[in-house]
Design a protein around this ligand. Structure first.
Ligand SMILES: [Ca+2]
Length: 172
């Protein structure tokens, strides 16, 4: 027997702190569900991550991110030429100003779900990603500097190239 609960939504405040923003998040957050999977992907290509939530015995729910923000991001999609095309296991260290963060490309995220295999690095109001270092799954490293906001595909052995043509609403 599965029980239903109200969905919760938290906003990252930095420094490992989160604020509960469920009450300000709309009608979908006042109906209990039997929540199962959660996947994150930029479904409409506007540069803001969207959510897909699956429910036991119910329809999938799409939460389109319509956050009104002038903040920008660099989205990196890594690719390897061998059997590990999605670069699972790659580690990305990004630096913007005095702040650094580490992301890893993972093969799975949660129960019955898988998120987009891209790494989204928020820049805030900064004009560029100052430095990014990739440790590829085979242990080799590569770095790039001064990437402006946008989407990039980075194939091991090369340098980051801009992804497909800009789509309407994609922050640059
Ligand atoms: Ca989006």
């Amino acid at each position: 027997m599965c029980s239903s609960d109200l969905p919760l939504l938290f906003r990252g405040m930095g420094g490992g702190k989160f604020a509960d923003v469920t009450a300000q998040s709309g009608a979908s957050f006042v109906v209990p569900i039997v929540g199962r999977g959660l996947a994150v992907a930029d479904l409409d290509g506007d540069g803001r991550p969207d959510l897909v939530v699956t429910e036991g015995g119910g329809p999938a729910r799409i939460f389109r991110n319509v956050t009104d923000s002038k903040n920008r991001a660099v989205v990196l999609t890594l690719r390897c030429p061998g059997k590990n095309r999605l670069a699972i296991g790659a580690r990305v260290t990004s630096t913007v100003g005095s702040r650094s963060r580490i992301d890893e490309v993972s093969g799975g995220d949660g129960y019955l779900s898988a998120s987009e295999r891209s790494i989204c690095v928020g820049l805030g109001t900064a004009a560029k990603l100052d430095k990014v270092v990739v440790r590829w799954p085979d242990g080799q490293t590569a770095e790039a500097k001064d990437l402006p906001p946008g989407r990039y595909v980075w194939i091991e052995g090369g340098s980051p190239g801009t992804a497909d043509a800009p789509r309407p609403g994609v922050p640059r």
